[in-house]
Design a protein around this ligand. Structure first.
Ligand code: 8IG
Length: 282
């Protein structure tokens, strides 16, 4: 394939084709295997805002490397977003690759950079991907610190990581099997529809109202594009959001990144337990 598609954020340079991006991800996986001292990974986790301490309880840590040492990754720009790749041996003996940071669309590196971790996880051999994030909640009953299982998403970024006639089925993007496992661990975990906005600004109250009218329950700036890339790579996806704040206009309070980080910290032990429980059942 020799397409010449421009991507926003790539400053007029041609975006890599999906084939080229997959080759970059395979190269990244080879380097990651060497640095981590693992043969392959069975599952992968992306830990978003508020979730990074979730890595501690997953199992036996094998190794940790800064993501910027793996080809195709750069240092994350947001305070409170980590940026390491860990290998963890789960109690089941399976190996997890854990990303404690992600590239967001608003960084302007293009959608290929956004899903590079997902494609690297697939190239490592992971067949299950657990995506976590911090987000705004539309349900006033969801206090900051409430985890919510993602049932489905609405991609409002106007972007896709796919190029060409890649007509993948998105009718069960967030695997019912994995959602059932999460409910075994936490029977009253609420479910919701995640709406990905491009960011970096938070929504206006009118945009939050629009998301609600469209059927959304959660608003954020990640996850949907990664889930698309994961489905295209044949991975099963589980998505869990942490509501770190009421979405704009829901309570009348202004949104602050400091509050977002604080409610993530406060929820950390509960999230770590939830993640460990889910991953142990995979
Ligand atoms: I943390 O309220 C977090 N991330 N779009 N809206 C959007 N992203 C978020 C929000 C929010 N909170």
């Amino acid at each position: 394939m020799d397409q010449d598609l421009d991507e926003p954020g790539t400053h007029g340079l041609a975006a890599p084709t999906v084939d080229a991006a997959d080759a970059t991800a395979r190269a990244a996986a080879l380097v990651a295997r060497d640095l981590l001292g693992i043969e392959r990974a069975d599952v992968a986790l992306v830990l978003g805002s508020g979730w990074s301490s979730g890595a501690d309880r997953l199992g036996r840590p094998i190794a940790r490397v800064p993501l910027e040492r793996v080809p195709g990754f750069t240092t994350p720009v947001v305070a409170g977003h980590g940026g390491d790749l860990l290998a963890v041996e789960l109690t089941s003996g399976r190996i997890a690759a854990v990303f404690t940071g992600r590239t967001h669309l608003y960084e302007g590196r293009g959608v290929t950079a956004v899903v590079h971790g997902v494609r690297t996880a697939a190239a490592l051999g992971a067949s299950v991907l657990v995506l976590t994030n911090g987000c705004g909640g539309l349900n006033p009953g969801w206090a900051p610190g409430t985890p919510v299982l993602i049932r489905d998403h609405i991609n409002l970024t106007g972007e896709t990581p796919l190029r060409g006639p890649v007509f993948i089925d998105m009718s069960a993007t967030y695997a019912p099997r994995l959602r059932a496992l999460a409910h075994e661990v936490s029977p009253d975990l609420p479910e919701g529809v995640y709406v990905q906005f491009p960011g970096p600004q938070y929504e206006t109250p009118a945009e939050v109202h629009m998301a609600r009218v469209l059927g959304g329950d959660l608003v954020g700036m990640s996850t949907a594009l990664e889930a698309i890339a994961a489905r295209a790579a044949g991975m099963e996806v589980l998505g869990i959001s942490l509501v770190t704040n009421a979405a704009a206009g829901i309570t009348g309070e202004p949104l602050s990144h400091t509050d977002v980080i604080a409610s993530g910290r406060a929820a950390a032990p509960r999230l770590a337990e939830l993640l460990a429980g889910v991953v142990a059942r995979l």
